[in-house]
Design a protein around this ligand. Sequence first.
Ligand code: 0RA
Length: 676
Amino acid sequence: MQRLSQGSAKIMSVLPGVADPPFQATRPARFARESIEQTVTITERYSAKDIVVLEGLEAVRRRPSMYIGSTGPRGLHHLVWEVVDNAIDEAMAGHCTLIDVTLQKDGSVRVSDNGRGIPVGLHTQTRMSALTTVLTVLHAGGKFEKGSYQVSGGLHGVGVSVVNALSERLDAEVRREGRIWTQSFEKGLPMGKVEKGRKVARTGTTITFLPDTEIFRETRTFSRATVASRLRELAYLNRNLRIRLTDGRESPAHTESFQYKGGIRDFVAHLNRKNDVVNARQIVVEDQDEDAEMELALQWTTGYQENVLSFVNNIRTAEGGTHEEGFRRALTKVANEFGRAKNLIKERESNLTGEDAREGLTAVLSVRVKNPQFEGQTKTKLGNTEIRSYVEKALNKALPEWLEKHSPEARAIITKALGAAKAREAARKARELTRRKSLLESTSLPGKLVDCSSRDPSESELFIVEGNSAAGPAKQARDSRIQAILPIRGKILNVERARLGKALMNKEVRSIITAVGTGIGEEFDIEKCRYHKIVLLTDADVDGSHIRTLLLTLFFRNMRGLLETGYIYIAQPPLYRVKRGAKVIYLKNDAELEALRQKHPRINPTRFKGLGEMNPDELWDTTMNPGTRTLLKVQTNNLAAVMEENELFRTLMGDDVPARREYIRTHASDIRFLDV
Ligand code: 0RA
């Protein structure tokens, strides 16, 4: 896709008339009064209508979560996204080909790009250098210059000044007009003027920032996996752009480079790399009109899961929105019209549903929109109604053309959808059968459930326990007022590999769904959840880890709201018991055992082969007692990580059995990856 002019409209709009020729605003200035007084003097008067809310850096430090969501790990990483987004803007405007991100030993992050460089000339309104202005004056979004795709989704697009305000120290280095220009800041305040340095040939910007410990009290440690995942995603979304990540905290430093000639086509190929595919040649559509652009890549796998990733201005729209609606409408319509025209769908057969057409589909939809309206709980749902018809129209034209030209693939895709339709019909019949037996109705709880007496979900806990031998002690140990036990036996059905209808036929799956109470899929209702803590209690071995993954896959695929709301937990039962005189010590894993051995070489540990070997008191003290246990919360609310998890689940659950085995073997006791 051609990258339309983007510029840094959001910044330009608050920096009118700076004495730097290419740097001009097309709209009147909008300033608020309360910028940081030490550095900003507003010299002109502005009419009320021109004023947008520009808060001072102090405001950012007082309420950081308003700008970056939280001061936990997500907020911390947000600082990186913010600076990188600015460099991406330069790339989208066609001025930048390389972005270099380094996680440094001292805890700082360095983001370097070869864009035009932040302007350094005098800014007439603020009477400061434009560089100082960009880094100290807060802008609050709003309507800016036309003709640009500003990144203003959710929490993105709050500005580099926010990063500056929340950094103990920030160093800016700009290459522009043949010179290096530098300026340093502490907690957002300039430590001196912009310094003019030696001569250089190229242009670009380097921002190095050290997050402030006063703000980020929980952690200042960046996760390389999280950063890598987002940078990889950005590289896929911005074809040919080269993004390098260096982890300088390791020696020798670890470097990864992301650059994709095929853009989202490569993205889809990557997502499907472990799957058998229906159409070897992907459907790729590109379109642009005056106010929007879109790119779409489609490839069906022989599996059953739908995996549609959508983006607006490089931001993942996890909650979907109008662009996805336009895509789905067009796909369903075109599949039916093509199928009928080629007599693949017979006259007596009913139409394919959207779900039929999307079974096994992996898709990446990327749109660029000038004034994106983000809605929804997490502000990741596109609201612009004009985009629905734009995408739908473009695809109603492009998809039939592609199908006509690629007949073998087209037939395979429609045949796949017809298979889904048949399975859907069979599943409906099966469901009706089970309904009659009222197995899924919330009024009849599963017989195996040992419920708690409390009816208040906010205090109630459900322990899903693997195997009957473990269920015994758990039932005896529990606090029967608030703790319910649901024993499940052996391996539950792998829902990634089975269609939903078949999964529902599985007794274990059904009893979990009924006990939880929310229903599944489109009927899912978090309000009906009977327990606000659902704790997976499985053995600390390979089988236990496999069952836990199967359960998480079930939740991830069919009851994702449980993960999003944070109701799912993993219990941490011990693996060893060590007696030292009268004292008993429990150890969670081999690492803890090793550590103890270092200190006391002569210990004689007992290894628990399963939960069933623990007596009720032990189980209560180590694993169930809310006062002493440790639970691991499982959530999917990290956008970048959701994508990683999708892949992870595919590795674990997809068709590639050896890869799955290998993964389980090497990660059996390592579940940190789920804790994002
Ligand atoms: C304001 C105006 C222009 C570019 C930028 C800011 C800019 C900001 C950042 C932040 C990181 N890298 C960056 N690169 C550029 C437009 C400059 C022009 O018109 O020449």
